[in-house]
Design a protein around this ligand. Structure first.
Ligand SMILES: [Zn+2]
Length: 294
């Protein structure tokens, strides 16, 4: 793996300050490391945040490519840095900052394709911690895999999110508080839903509510339970991203772990969920209780 593939070009497609739809590079700051370029509106002081994001993403890439056998995003093959924009998330924090920036108002944290078909990442000023950066970073290395499978998205969506959150928490260092367990109560709030239920894979007429639409993130606790309590090897969670053929994640787990085992593990997991998520630590649960009362 090249730590910095030679000759990557830098080209932002966002950051229009004067309304001509062309990014205004002179209004932005940028720092690069490895394959990533982090941008922000230069009226704000995000240098140390940018360095933290770059170091975290650098480690994610090293792990994903060297240890997990995943692929670099398309950007690298075509000779471009992967752009990461630190931005003000007005959508979620309306009125809280009163400081607008150069970037679109409706961004939160995501990895999406730009108009050249190349993925970019957005991270909000607010709440960007190692956990969130690793989650989005993992999407970057899942990207080559799932972009070939967009027609299968209804089957894959839950696993893409659950595994990214599982990864983010699994690679946290001991001192970090992991915020990604904050949605686990969506599971007991909706015990009747299929594991693959998501906002984009639901029944006609299902209500459009956060508890239903974000449940897939909470399923990281299912993957955590399989690895930590049932001793499923962690590489089973990530080896799916090396499979070249069509694959359904629910079926993949069923076959890899074994039908007998998985039936037993799933039942055990469901029971422990109703026992106040007894397999999560007090620290993990502290976060979950905190968000529950929001
Ligand atoms: Zn995600």
């Amino acid at each position: 793996m090249d730590s910095e593939p030679p000759g990557l070009r830098i080209k932002p497609l966002f950051g229009d300050g004067d309304g001509d739809k062309i990014p205004d590079i002179e209004l932005m700051e940028v720092r690069t490391l490895g394959i990533f370029a982090v941008w922000w509106d230069k009226r704000f002081e995000w240098e140390s945040r940018a360095n933290f994001i770059l170091k975290t993403l650098y480690k994610v890439r090293e792990d994903c490519i060297k240890n997990l056998g995943m692929s670099d995003p398309k950007n690298v093959r075509l000779g471009f840095y992967l752009n990461v924009y630190i931005h003000d998330s007005d959508l979620y924090y309306s009125g809280s900052t009163k400081k607008d920036d150069l970037f679109p108002d409706k961004w939160y944290a995501m990895v999406k394709d730009n108009r050249m078909g190349l993925p970019y990442m957005t991270l909000p000023w607010q709440d960007t911690d190692g956990d969130l950066v690793r989650h989005e970073g993992f999407h970057v290395f899942q990207n080559e895999w799932y972009r070939k499978r967009t027609k299968q998205w209804h089957e894959l969506g839950w696993y893409i999110e659950a595994s990214a959150s599982w990864y983010a928490a699994d690679r946290a260092n001991q001192k970090e508080s992991v915020t990604s367990y904050e949605r686990v109560h969506f599971i007991t709030a909706n015990p009747h839903l299929a594991i693959w239920h998501t906002e984009h894979n639901k029944k006609i007429g299902d209500p459009n509510e956060k508890e239903l639409n974000q449940r897939q993130y909470a399923l990281e606790c299912y993957l955590f339970f399989l690895c930590e309590v049932c001793n499923v090897p962690k590489n089973i969670i990530t080896d799916i991203f090396k499979i070249k053929d069509k694959v359904n994640p629910a079926e993949y787990l069923f076959r890899k772990i074994g039908s007998q085992n998985l039936r037993e593990f799933f039942t055990y997991w469901a029971a422990c969920n109703t026992d106040d998520f007894s397999y999560l630590s007090n620290v993990q649960k502290k976060i979950y209780r905190y968000t529950k009362v929001e």
